[in-house]
Ligand binder design. Structure first.
Ligand code: DI6
Ligand code: FE
Length: 403
């Protein structure tokens, strides 16, 4: 690294910081970095004298965006479900897969069997794939433990990722992801006896940044989540929700009532839910990788979200069941091709709006005072980032001013 204060020149900057130009684009720009933060950004010709003598790096005309933010992942988990994927493609029914020990329960088994060290080691290659595409912030959920100790271990592993790699990790407690076999048919008891005590302990250990849950017929009904959201409120933790993924149970509305940061998936969200989110300032997190993997046909209500000014983020949902995906660039492409989002909405969705979905105020834009998280791309136009399929044009990744 080249010192604490430096200037990048010879670049165009998709600042994502608003303004008249699409992408907040500034051509022939310069970015001054000081103490890990962005000190100045603007046309190179207007670089203030204060920065004129600093070490300069010419980026050869490349595009610079904020570092990308993957705001919804289950990147920490044990094992994989490729065999189940293969069984299904060979004609096995859902029941046969379940009888052979497949589904979410198989991931719970593998995750419970793994040590914290093993969970970290399994997650790191997936994290590396994300970082290789310019990701500088990753949200990581628990939710494959479904017992106190394993839920805490998943969050400990998530926190440790930020000690192994130059990346910010934001955690979500997802104890209410599924009802474990030992509580089958007793979801309320599971919440009271396992989820709430585990949340309290995880919070006391500093492991929780937000509380998430899966609101669905196969998981938890809205009224079953009230005690969890009340507990989150009591602890001063923000909430978010996997809502309206497979059916409309009014989850997004419940979450909005608690001032949720985000409602995620939302394929089956209706206008009522959109309006509730708009009123609460809740961000929509769009997850096209799960839609694709499940061969869903119900699209999230993109146009309604637009009309109601609900900001849309995009994420991988990286998980072993419905989205074995680590590419945020591919999520951008899918958001455009499958859901007709624009390339600018897609780039906002993995930068400024993703930061908002996580309640982060110091990243997601190239603007003074933001942490100097930057992605430098071998592309000339920002739309190229969502346009290409399976091609990674990253030239360099800078986290907190360091590459
Ligand atoms: N929604 C999903 O699509 C995943 N979890 C969730 O809440 C599925 C997780 C899995 O199958 O492992
Ligand atoms: Fe998810």
């Amino acid at each position: 690294m080249q010192g604490d204060r430096q200037v990048f020149t010879g670049l165009s900057a998709a600042t994502m910081a608003g303004g008249a130009a699409a992408y907040g684009l500034i051509g022939e720009a310069a970015i001054a970095v000081s103490d890990g933060q962005i000190a100045w950004v603007g046309p190179e010709a207007e670089l203030p004298l204060d920065y004129a003598d600093l070490l300069r790096t010419d980026l050869g005309g490349r595009l610079v965006t904020p570092g990308l933010i993957d705001c919804h992942t289950h990147v920490v988990h044990g094992g994989h479900r490729a065999v189940e994927f293969e069984m299904r493609l060979n004609g096995a029914s859902y029941e046969e897969v379940a009888r052979a020990g497949g589904g979410i329960i198989s991931t719970v088994k593998a995750t419970r069997a793994a040590s914290v060290e093993a969970l970290i080691a399994e997650a790191l290659p997936r994290v590396d794939a994300m970082l290789a595409e310019g990701v500088t912030v990753i949200e990581v959920k628990s939710g494959y433990g479904l017992d106190r100790e394993t839920e805490l271990n998943m969050l400990r592993a998530a926190r440790a990722l930020a000690r192994h790699r130059p990346v910010q990790v934001v955690t979500s407690f997802l104890g209410a992801h599924a009802v474990p076999a030992e509580y089958k048919g007793r979801a309320d008891a599971y919440i009271a006896e396992v989820c709430l005590p585990a949340l309290k302990d995880a919070h006391a250990e500093g492991l929780v940044d937000a509380v998430d849950a899966f609101c669905e017929g196969i998981a938890f009904l809205p009224e079953q989540l009230v005690p969890l959201f009340e507990a989150a409120r009591g602890l001063g933790l923000p909430v978010k929700l996997h809502a309206e993924q497979l059916s409309n149970l009014g989850g997004a509305k419940l979450a909005a009532g608690y001032g949720a940061l985000s409602a995620d998936h939302i394929e089956y969200l209706d206008e009522d839910g959109v309006k509730a989110m708009a009123g609460a300032g809740t961000t929509a997190v769009i997850l096209p990788g799960a839609y694709y993997t499940l061969r869903e046909t119900q699209m999230p209500p993109i146009e309604l979200l637009r009309q109601n000014n609900v900001p849309m983020a995009l994420a991988t949902d990286c998980n072993p069941g419905s989205a074995p995906m680590t590419s945020l660039l591919l999520a951008m492409n899918m958001g455009c091709t499958l859901f007709r989002m624009t390339p600018e909405e897609a780039l906002k969705g993995v930068t400024v709006t993703a930061a908002r979905a996580l309640g982060l105020k110091d990243c997601g834009m190239i603007a003074p005072g933001m942490r100097a998280d930057l992605a430098v791309w071998n592309v000339s136009h920002p739309a190229e980032l969502a346009y290409r399929i399976g091609f990674n044009p990253l030239h360099a990744r800078i986290f907190g001013g360091k590459n």
